[in-house]
Design a protein around this ligand. Structure first.
Ligand code: GDX
Ligand code: MN
Length: 382
């Protein structure tokens, strides 16, 4: 039997409650745990609905607030880590599942799939989804690139969606995570990166299950939300850069299927709004920090003080940029946060206009082969 966890912040209550109901009705689920941040409206709505779900499904639905466990910004990491501790300390079941609470395409099949692959003996089952060619831009340009550059021989760069919030862990894998001070300290958006990294480094057997209907969820609000996520996901990789990972992990990936046109034709982000951010919020200190980068990158960036420019940020320039960031980026420095945000938007715009503009199939092929080229380049350079 399994515990199902929904971490939540501020979400549409009807969406969360529907997901809770679905999980609680599943025959393999012995308890549903919702982990909130504070007692606001979403929390109150779940508290009001929980007794009804329990009565209808005969499955306990518990609602708790996250503990302050970590040392970084209190965020989703504290929520997930609180749930892992709860799983070990308050239940005796073998498996825990996590699902984002804002998903509108969630169904019981997701739980069944994870359970069945775990039955085969995998320690971790991760769900992965078809995504638009201009979606998942943090995953592609920050996480998968970082994994390729730093650990080219490991399984890490081959993980489809290393930041995905939908996954199953066994008790043994959870014990390893909870015993790990670095994991418990990661209270922010970097938590998914650290979990994925430690699982592979620790030799967990991982299966990635393909969910063909895709993950429909809340659209990004302001781009500044993504900025925090970007900074925290990069900083998580940077904090791991001196770690070693060998190549002996078992990692299998279920092949993908036909991608629904609603996904392949979707635009992942607002191009015009992103371009307009490039000329904003400049400081003279940002220009000074850019001296650390190769001249063409520095000059290309400085040109953005006047008007948006992104032609210079090709694949090779991003490799060099990424290496400078690994050495010099400071996550708590406002100018560095703004620089990495602009660099990343520029790389995303360059990719969008040179590769994604040629269509879904081309864009996806480009992203995959880009990661491969980076890992070969990194391996040769070492
Ligand atoms: N308990 C708790 N505490 N839950 C949180 C917090 C927090 O501080 N912040 C967000 N959440 C919940 C949120 O309500 C949702 O259920 C889930 O975490 C994911 O957040 P969402 O705002 O939907 O983010 P997004 O962009 O859909 O996230 C995806 O990328 C993240 C990442 O790349 O880092 C998703 O796959 C996340 O699981 C992943 O962490
Ligand atoms: Mn979401």
């Amino acid at each position: 039997m399994s515990l199902v966890v929904f971490p939540f912040k501020v979400e549409k209550p009807e969406v969360v409650v529907n997901n809770i109901h679905m999980a609680a009705s599943h025959e393999r689920v012995s308890e549903v745990l919702c982990v909130g941040v504070e007692e606001e409206e979403t929390y109150a709505a779940i508290a009001a609905a929980a007794p009804h779900v329990m009565a209808e499904t005969d499955t306990p639905v518990n609602l708790i607030l996250q503990d302050r466990l970590g040392s970084l910004r209190p965020g989703k990491g504290d929520g997930m880590n609180t749930a892992l501790k709860y799983f070990l300390e308050k239940t005796d079941v073998d498996r825990v599942h996590f699902y984002d609470s804002d998903i509108t395409s969630f169904n019981q099949g997701w739980i069944t799939t994870a359970e069945e692959f775990a039955d085969l003996g995998y320690d971790v089952v991760r769900h992965y989804f078809p995504r638009a060619a201009t979606d998942a831009m943090i995953t592609w340009f920050i996480t998968r690139v970082g994994f390729a550059v730093l650990w080219p021989y490991s399984e890490l760069p081959w993980i489809e969606q290393p930041l995905g919030g939908e996954l199953l862990l066994t008790r043994k894998t959870t014990e390893n995570l909870v015993a790990d001070p670095l994991v418990m300290a990661q209270s922010d958006w970097g938590v998914d990166t650290i979990y994925t990294f430690r699982m592979i480094q620790g030799g967990a057997k991982m299966f990635e299950a393909y969910v063909k209907e895709g993950k429909a969820h809340k659209l990004y609000g302001r781009l500044t939300d993504l900025r925090t996520m970007l900074v925290e996901c990069f900083a998580a990789i940077q904090s791991l850069k001196d770690e070693k990972v060998d190549g002996s992990t078992l990692h299998r990936v279920q092949p993908p299927d036909v991608v629904p046109s609603a996904i392949s034709e979707k635009l992942g982000y607002d191009i015009e709004a992103s371009m307009s951010l490039l000329t904003e919020r400049w400081t003279d200190r940002q220009a000074e920090l850019l001296e650390l980068f190769p001249v063409p990158i520095r000059d290309g960036m400085i040109a953005n003080r006047q008007r948006p420019r992104f032609g210079f940020m090709d694949e090779a320039a991003w490799f060099e940029t990424y290496c400078v960031l690994l050495s010099h980026f400071e996550k708590d420095d406002e100018d560095w946060r703004e620089i990495i945000f602009k660099l990343w938007i520029i790389r995303v715009l360059n990719y969008t206009t040179t590769a994604a503009a040629r269509g879904y199939a081309y864009g996806m092929r480009y992203l995959r082969s880009m990661v491969e080229r980076y890992l070969r380049q990194a391996a040769l350079g070492k």
